[in-house]
Ligand binder design. Structure first.
Ligand SMILES: [Fe+2]
Length: 571
């Protein structure tokens, strides 16, 4: 049974395909279209479906769209349509921003937004771009195959069903779903039981987004930059946020509507210089988020009694917050899905529908790695290299030869095997460098044209992680920070953030053999089992997907070398 998962309602559009409970492929649309996050989360773009990601998934499965048994879409418009659910017509204001807000809708834009979602089956069947005509020709809009899955169920399923646990408490934290902004579930086997929900307009995710905008960043995109900025600040405004967030002891909270310019002064515009005040606002927000979520997690622990916690939703990409939950709540094990943001809801929706449809034959599938995107093998890569006439040579020992280049303090593009699903590069589409010299952080920020305050993160051999990072345990997806051990701090200065933390990725051979072997070789040559791993892209661009993307990025950025599958390109 094939189940196609789709995320398209807001942003980070993505698709995945599952066959009898097993994931075959998953990818974000941005990697194919080069539009970061696929699209902006606005009603005008709701109709856009991730056709390239869908096409890729169908190619991996070797099937046509009509061969799919179920299509799971990670948003349920009928929750918001309410009494209009069975109508064939609703009135749609011509100029929603000028119309009197109807009590029926949360937003005056909802009729437009929801009509696009309700019509997604038709859009999938005949809205494909012209260049994919051959692939989608003959597609039928089979409404009986279509499942609209509650957005937070999709998040929760993405966190729990592929986790290592048979039972777990599940916490979803995002900007918003249909109405829910925070949800708590108990997961058992293939079931998720809703325990409680916080609804719009109260949203920790939207609060973080609002501050992201106030600090001159792009909301629903740059929240991770606010998290990085927070390390440079003091909790000067913590009381403002504490007053804003009212928590009760039943897992609920309210966010008081606040005039941010009144509370924090004039909004920073992009490219204006940062002042200490901006650092302090970011720091105070981050601390307030951590304090709040620890309380929510404590409540969830008491409610479920489970020692396992699974998390998803855009807020669960906040690796500093995740570490605070790990260190300050009674949960013993925490698993965060690598595509914890909206992209992962495609996976959650598909797994959820598959679990419902195959109740009797359902078997848990554990997501041990994130390498579910496209692969372009040696043959295709070499064909392209020859065609472009770029000079290259074939490596006979990729791990050892690349380790030697890295040991010479060179910066390389590392392009190997199937692309990662989720926002983190994890050794398939990465830029790698040695962490031994402190100046490497600055150098990488320059190469990638990133802001100076941005840290770079390490990958470490799983068996050596605890020796280099305090209590470092299972962290395959770079979603938790750990303190760098004191006696190792001066050996890997480039990956130490200003607060002595590092957002680590542990790697074992089972997850990515070549990447593991490279680290092993680097350790043999330098004594350090750690490399800097940052995403293979430059500012404002999605991570590279194809050999063409990798070569274009390499030749238009000051890297020293590119190791693309078996081939080495040097400048
Ligand atoms: Fe979401």
């Amino acid at each position: 049974m094939y189940t196609l998962g789709l995320n398209a309602a807001f942003h980070d559009s993505s698709a995945c395909i599952i066959k009898d409970g097993k994931l075959l492929a998953a990818a974000e649309e941005e990697r194919f279209t080069h539009i970061k996050h696929g699209k902006r989360p606005i009603p005008f773009s709701t109709y856009e479906l991730p056709f390239h990601a869908i096409d890729f998934c169908l190619q991996v499965a070797g099937i046509h769209l009509n061969d799919v048994d179920n299509i799971a879409y990670s948003f349920n418009p009928y929750i918001l349509l309410g009494k209009h659910a069975h109508n064939t017509e609703i009135s749609l204001p011509l100029q929603p921003h000028l119309s009197i807000k109807s009590k029926e809708w949360h937003s005056e834009w909802d009729p437009l937004f929801l009509s696009f979602i309700v019509n997604a089956p038709g859009q999938l069947a005949d809205g494909y771009p012209h260049h994919l005509q051959k692939r989608f020709a003959g597609a039928k809009a089979e409404i009986n195959k279509w499942h609209f899955v509650d957005h937070h169920i999709a998040h929760a399923a993405s966190a729990f069903l592929p986790s290592p646990y048979q039972q777990a408490a599940v916490m979803v934290l995002d900007g918003r779903g249909e109405k829910a902004t925070t949800s708590y579930y108990m997961g058992e086997g293939n079931e998720l039981n809703l325990l409680s929900q916080v609804n719009m307009p109260h949203s920790l995710g939207l609060l973080y987004e609002t501050v992201t905008t106030h600090l001159g960043f792009l909301h629903s995109s740059d929240e991770y930059k606010v998290m990085a900025l927070a390390s440079y600040g003091k909790p000067a405004y913590i009381d403002v946020f504490r007053k804003m967030i009212e928590i009760t002891d039943d897992g609920q909270y309210k966010i008081k509507s606040t005039d941010f310019e009144k509370a924090f002064g004039k909004r920073r515009l992009k490219n204006e210089p940062f002042t200490q005040k901006h650092f302090d606002i970011a720091h105070s927000l981050q601390k307030a988020l951590e304090e709040t979520v620890v309380k929510l997690a404590d409540w969830l622990y008491k409610k479920t009694g489970s020692e396992n916690l699974c998390m998803a939703g855009g807020v669960a990409l906040n690796c500093v917050m995740n570490a605070v939950i790990r260190d300050n709540t009674p949960f013993k094990n925490i698993w965060v899905q690598p595509a914890a943001g909206d992209a992962g809801t495609a996976l959650g929706a598909a797994l959820w529908i598959d679990a419902q449809q195959r109740k009797n034959s359902y078997q848990r599938y554990e997501m041990e790695h994130a390498y579910w995107g496209p692969d372009y093998g040696d043959e295709e890569t070499e064909q392209f290299l020859k065609w472009t006439k770029v000079p290259y040579k074939k490596l006979d020992n990729r791990a050892a030869q690349t380790a030697s280049i890295l040991a010479e303090d060179k910066v390389i593009g590392w392009y190997q095997g199937r692309m990662e699903f989720g926002p983190r590069a994890l050794g398939s589409r990465s830029i790698l460098a040695s962490p031994v010299n402190a100046s490497m952080q600055q150098r990488l920020n320059e190469i990638k044209d990133r802001e100076d305050f941005r840290p770079v993160a390490p990958v470490v051999l799983e068996e050596d992680a605890a020796e280099w990072f305090e209590d470092a345990s299972y962290s395959p997806f770079m979603l938790f920070v750990y303190n760098v051990k004191e006696d190792k701090a001066d050996k890997i200065p480039a990956v130490r953030h200003v607060d002595n933390t590092a957002r680590i990725q542990n790697i074992n051979r089972h997850q990515h053999a070549l990447y593991y072997d490279l680290l092993k070789e680097f350790k043999q040559q330098t004594g350090v089992p750690v490399l800097i791993n940052t995403s293979f892209n430059t500012r404002g661009e999605p991570i590279v997907c194809t050999p063409r993307d990798a070569i274009e990025c390499f030749w238009t950025s000051p890297f020293d070398a590119l190791v693309i599958n078996s081939f080495l390109l040097e400048k």
